[in-house]
Design a protein around this ligand. Structure first.
Ligand code: AMP
Length: 403
């Protein structure tokens, strides 16, 4: 039986990895190579249950980074594998599958060529995603690779949700439509929520809130995505760490004219210099720092928290309507799992849905599954930790012949 699966998330200057034993879905080791391409590249590594250690590595490119990862995984003292022969399949996180990939796929040369064609949909991330797959194919040629797309789970959206109210040519000629992201996390959460609710996946209606540095909310009808808050790119929807989320599109051309900004500068402004960071000046818009400052009376941080909650509650309410009444509202991601203030900002605005927050439970639950609404809340609000890497490992296991 197929057992050992490596999960790779290859970014522009980093390569994150997790090694799984699928017997019992155990994570054996994890880490990342950071600052790939720079002389001070670094390997951070830990075995399950052990503290992480950091050491310099030579990683001029992603292939070198992957070799360093394979070396540490098979290191007699630090590793978790006797030899590379134990790596039976590799799962890759890929940002964008457009309309070509509606599900995860086993990668061969033809598939890789199709993925390469999608680089324009994610010019920042896709080249690194492709590079990670190519490196694995070269270094471990006998091991199957599976691509798991961040967009795939959202491919069930009907046209009324996915299409923008633009002339059809923008969709037909350029593929401009809503794709949605964090699909792997939303999919994992739908499965976990169905288990929590003791219902089959095909019968659950949910509003799933993945709240982290990047955040998105999905409407789940009968286990499938009906709508999601991110769009053509991850810029749309919620107020995020450094992304503004929804704004009047006219803001873009108004600011462009006022400040004489070109598209690249506008991209940076709305993606990297806005959101919680833009409103507060707190680096990265980190929720912990913003909550701490808000508690001390910082007005900008108090406003940012209210904006975060207001926008998210707007989506939860709308999506609850669209799915015909949710069986549960799920919180996940760094903020959703850990920030009681962030969750409260949303739940306190959902009174019209009959949601009643359990303040004690909400204050207590951090990084673990649990109910944060009262027993008589009309819709239960549940924290469920996400596990995108395990979801990628599961998809890889299935496609590489595990079952
Ligand atoms: P992610 O992108 O999912 O890693 O989430 C990152 C976000 O989660 C940041 O805004 C963090 O401040 C927030 N976060 C992580 N841990 C906590 C915590 N213990 N309390 C509040 N926010 C947290």
């Amino acid at each position: 039986m197929l057992r050992k699966i490596l999960v790779v998330n290859s970014g522009s200057s980093s390569l994150k990895f997790m090694m799984f034993d699928m017997k019992g879905e155990k994570m054996l080791a994890k880490g990342l190579v950071e600052r790939i391409g720079s002389p001070n590249a670094n390997l951070v590594y830990s075995r399950a249950g052990e503290p992480k250690a950091s050491s310099p590595v030579a990683a001029p490119d992603h292939a070198a980074a992957l070799k360093a990862v394979l070396a540490v995984l098979t290191d007699p003292a630090k590793g978790v594998l006797k030899s590379l022969k134990e790596v039976e399949a590799i799962g890759h996180r890929v940002l964008h599958g457009a309309e070509v990939f509606k599900e995860s796929v086993k990668v061969d040369k033809a598939v890789l060529a199709k993925i390469r064609k999608l680089v324009p949909f994610g010019p920042l991330h896709m080249p690194a995603n492709v590079g990670g797959i190519e490196a694995c194919m070269r270094i471990l040629p006998r091991v199957p690779n599976v691509a798991v797309f961040d967009t795939a789970f959202h491919q069930t959206m009907p046209p009324c949700a996915a299409q923008y109210a633009l002339q059809p040519k923008y969709y037909k000629k350029y593929g401009i439509r809503k794709y949605g992201f964090h699909g792997t996390s939303h999919k994992y959460i739908v499965q976990a929520a169905a288990k929590w609710l003791r219902k089959p996946v095909s019968r659950v209606n949910l509003v799933t809130c993945h709240l982290g540095n990047g955040s998105s909310i999905s409407a789940i009808k009968n286990g499938k995505v009906l709508d999601t808050s991110m769009g053509l790119t991850p810029l749309a929807g919620l107020v995020m760490g450094t992304r503004c989320g929804d704004i009047d599109p006219a803001v873009v051309f108004t600011v462009a004219a006022l400040e004489k900004m070109d598209p690249a500068r506008l991209d940076r402004l709305f993606n990297k210099e806005s959101g919680l960071q833009g409103v507060t000046g707190v680096a990265g818009g980190d929720m912990r720092d913003i909550c701490a400052k808000a508690a001390k009376g910082d007005e900008a941080c108090k406003l940012a928290l209210e904006m975060f909650g207001h926008r998210a509650a707007f989506y939860v309410g709308g999506y609850n309507t669209l799915v015909g009444g949710a069986d549960a509202i799920i919180f996940t991601g760094g903020i959703g799992e850990n920030s009681s203030d962030g969750r409260e900002q949303i739940m306190k605005r959902l009174g019209a849905l009959g949601v009643k927050i359990d303040k004690a439970a909400n204050a207590r639950i951090r990084g673990e599954a649990g109910l944060v609404s009262t027993k008589d809340s009309k819709i239960p609000c549940v924290v469920l930790p996400t596990n995108e890497e395990l979801m990628i490992a599961r998809e890889t296991f299935a496609l590489a012949g595990g079952r």
